[in-house]
Design a protein around this ligand. Structure first.
Ligand code: T46
Length: 142
């Protein structure tokens, strides 16, 4: 049996890059490399020096974040455990399910972060207050 909560922990997914004499191609298909149907894609780029982003959770959203150029770090928090992930490869994606607090730090100037999501943009899905996030996750496990 996996430890309680393990299924909802963020995790890195390794993609398979196809190489030939021209370089590399990394295919991403829904329900294959990406564990959900993709409804939305957004790109974070040109992040200014010493800027951090995120600082929220989502009530009902699955996402895979892929750093296709440069690097940045993600700090994730499920209310009990904080984890840090370095994203620095187009061949790896960070998979996050709902109710994971996330912060993004240490963007390199060339960082291009592509995020695939299973739902359209909905501002009401965001939990931007950390105390409220803690209340919601603790309520869910009580
Ligand atoms: C997340 C992390 C990894 C839209 O209009 N449509 C969109 O699909 C998104 C994602 C954002 N926006 C608007 C909302 C704000 O006016 O773009 C602006 C910046 O969004 P936000 O401050 O939420 O960006 P980050 O970098 O803090 O967070 C983003 C995602 O919003 C979030 O879902 O998980 O990247």
């Amino acid at each position: 049996m996996p430890p309680s909560g393990a299924a909802t922990q963020p995790r890195l997914i390794d993609f398979h890059a196809i190489g030939d004499h021209r370089g590399w191609l990394t295919p991403l298909e829904e329900h294959k490399e990406i564990p959900f149907s993709v409804k939305r894609v957004y790109v974070i780029h040109g992040t200014l020096p010493d800027i951090s982003r995120g600082f929220h959770a989502h009530r009902d959203l699955e996402q895979v974040a892929i750093c296709v150029a440069g690097q940045c770090t993600f700090v994730t928090d499920d209310g009990q455990q904080r984890q840090e992930f370095l994203l620095n490869s187009p061949n790896q994606g960070l998979y996050m399910k709902s109710m994971i607090w996330r912060e993004m730090h240490h963007f390199s100037p060339d960082c291009v972060l592509v995020v695939l999501a299973n739902r359209l943009y909905d501002p009401s899905d965001y939990v931007r207050d950390y105390a409220e996030f803690q209340r919601l996750v603790q309520g869910a496990t009580a």
